[in-house]
Design a protein around this ligand. Structure first.
Ligand code: AMP
Length: 249
């Protein structure tokens, strides 16, 4: 069984991001970039399925600028077999990402596509659902457990009220939630080996997809700064301040 894993290059989750001074976006100058954490979970799940003998090939796909090769190499070091970079300098939005992934699926015919439930930069939480809709594949989103059985896959989903178990026929799109697994670290020998693994590069034009953005970001600004708190001497002073200064009671 072939699995496609979508990996996005995002600002590392440890970085405190700042808007650009003109408010047109997030300042990415000299900022550490990494694989989106939910995509790491997606790779780990594919690798575990391969280790169980369920999956035979893992293809890591990323869409973005040439530098996204770094994240594909990391995915290869973590256990993916080959990579595909859809190279573009346009900041591609979820619908176009889903269309590009569909075009890659049409070529590769995977039995399963695993994506993160969301990318931590845009927090869109849209791509997997759109890909399932465009391809007609079944979808199991927010997965916390994935069990493949023949030509179906049982997915436990994290939902507001607890968990929901769904059985999907393959091919299927799965999006990962935090509790699905704990990703491994890439070992040095595997990082070295990953350098020799194949990586194809293609463009949105070659895949016949128009990636022109449909949504315009008007402004990016930091959250309002919180004012410093104060200590009150007793409950009476607290009530007085809530009543007469904050005017909330
Ligand atoms: P989003 O819908 O933007 O929150 O992203 C959800 C998931 O879609 C991510 O975790 C990735 O698996 C996939 N994805 C989004 N953007 C890209 C991209 N540029 N390249 C590869 N995969 C992506």
């Amino acid at each position: 069984m072939k699995v496609l894993v979508a990996v996005k290059r995002v600002v590392d989750y440890n970085v405190k991001v700042r808007p650009k001074s003109d408010g047109t976006g997030v300042d990415l100058n000299n900022v550490k970039m990494a694989i989106n954490p939910f995509c790491e979970i997606a790779i780990e799940e594919a690798v575990r399925l391969k280790e169980k003998g369920v999956v035979t090939e893992i293809v890591a796909v990323s869409i973005g600028a040439k530098v996204s090769q770094e994240q594909i190499r990391t995915a290869l070091a973590l256990g993916a077999d080959r990579g595909i970079l859809v190279e573009t300098d346009v900041e591609v939005q979820p619908l176009a990402i889903a269309k590009l992934l569909k075009a890659v699926c049409d070529k590769e015919q995977p039995q399963m596509v695993i994506l993160g439930k969301q990318a931590i930069d845009g927090d869109n939480n849209q791509t997997g659902q759109m890909l399932a809709a465009l391809t007609g594949m079944s979808q199991g989103t927010f997965a916390s457990e994935v069990v493949v059985d023949g030509d179906s896959v049982t997915v436990t989903r994290e939902v507001d009220s607890g968990s929901q178990v769904v059985k999907l026929s393959l091919p299927a799109v799965i999006t990962t939630d935090l509790r699905l697994n704990e990703p491994r670290y890439a070992s040095l020998p595997n990082i070295m080996k990953a350098k020799k693994k194949p990586m194809d590069v293609m463009t949105p034009e070659e895949l016949g997809v128009d990636v022109t953005p449909r949504v315009t970001t008007l402004k990016v600004e930091p959250p309002a700064e919180r004012q410093a708190g104060i200590k009150v001497a007793d409950v009476a002073e607290l009530v007085d301040k809530l009543k007469n200064e904050a005017k909330v009671i």
